[in-house]
Design a protein around this ligand. Structure first.
Ligand SMILES: Nc1ncnc2c1ncn2[C@@H]1O[C@H](COP(=O)(O)OP(=O)(O)OP(=O)(O)O)[C@@H](O)[C@H]1O
Length: 306
């Protein structure tokens, strides 16, 4: 194959397992693809810089080797290139703790299948979601995401996961952290406007802003969200008690929670979450700052191999 491909590897993803397994995996790619370059990230934010450079150098494919956070940094780097039509296509090789975006996209887990996908070059464009919020340095920030953002308890869980070493490489990490956060968590008072109308005022456990379907390492929180569509699916987990969250968690993994009276689902074009309380915000599993925040589907797109 004569396409130019660069892999960006996050060695600390999946609790560090990626650093161990990638050297062996990389041999398969190098055997099948002549023009194959690889770059390891050295610190958070590195994938943003490497991805921007890869687009500027006209790589045909950018292979993300890591979890949702790595993919998030990569798309943000790709979109730093102002040209609306980025020619570099994104390939995702899920090696994360949760890897919820790949779960929505049903991407191949086997290397031979992924290499075949690269050879076919079959891709689909996904509009990214633009989030405007206040970051942890209390500065205004704009950042894109592909999969899901949330304000509230879900974001506190993401923060705990980001701050602490992963206990295992899989979804069990999320379950353990959910119980840890739930123990002390107080629901938050918010006001939510969607498409310029006030749609909710009151307490929430979590407000989920979904483009993809899964978060939290396999919770099908937004079964009706469409990653290829033009709408955001807002899922409000309202004033749930702690016990209520625990009892409905299994339903959540199956995507069967929408009929619960404390769950609302809205299809919207843009929305604004306002609060006087300190409410955590996460995008694609990355703890990035606080709500108040605004969200909308952007005109910018990422071409993803699928
Ligand atoms: N070399 C590095 N050293 C330390 N941190 C890094 C490095 N490269 C990237 N990071 C950070 O690692 C974090 C976790 O990455 P990522 O989300 O891809 O893995 P994960 O948490 O295991 O997967 P998931 O988000 O799917 O659960 C990100 O916040 C990213 O900024």
């Amino acid at each position: 194959m004569n396409k130019k491909i660069i892999a960006i590897i996050n060695p600390v993803s999946a609790g560090g397992k990626t650093a161990e397994v990638w050297p062996e995996m990389s041999k398969h790619f190098k055997k099948e693809i002549n023009n194959f370059t690889e770059k390891y990230t050295k610190e958070p934010g590195d994938a943003i810089r490497i991805a921007k450079e890869a687009v500027e150098l006209n790589y045909d494919y950018l292979l993300a080797v890591g979890g949702d956070g790595t993919v998030n940094e990569i798309i943000n780097g790709m979109l730093l290139v102002k040209d609306k039509n980025v020619n570099t296509k994104l390939v995702i090789y899920a090696q994360g703790t949760g890897s919820d975006l790949s779960r929505t996209l049903k991407l191949p887990k086997r290397i031979d299948e992924l290499i075949n996908l690269i050879k076919t070059g079959k891709s689909k464009k996904i509009k990214v979601v633009e989030a405007n919020f206040v970051n942890s340095k209390l500065e205004k920030e704009k950042r894109y995401f592909l999969n899901i953002a949330d304000c509230g308890m879900g974001a506190e869980v993401a923060k705990k996961l980001n701050e602490n070493k992963k206990i295992t490489s899989g979804s069990l990490n999320y379950i353990l952290r959910i119980f840890q956060v739930l123990f002390n968590y107080q629901n938050k008072k918010v006001k939510i406007e969607a498409d310029n109308k006030l749609i909710y005022q009151g307490k929430i456990n979590t407000a989920v802003i979904a483009h993809g379907n899964y978060f939290g390492g396999g919770i099908k929180v937004a079964p009706e969200a469409d990653l290829f569509g033009d709408k955001l699916n807002l899922i409000l987990l309202k004033d749930f008690s702690r016990l209520g969250i625990v009892l409905n968690l299994i339903k959540g993994y199956k995507g069967k929670h929408l009929s619960h009276p404390l769950v609302d689902s809205y299809q919207v074009e843009e929305l604004k979450i306002m609060t006087k309380e300190s409410v955590e915000l996460e995008l694609d599993g990355e703890s990035v700052g606080r709500c108040n925040a605004k969200f909308k589907i952007s005109e910018r797109e990422i071409d993803v191999l699928i």
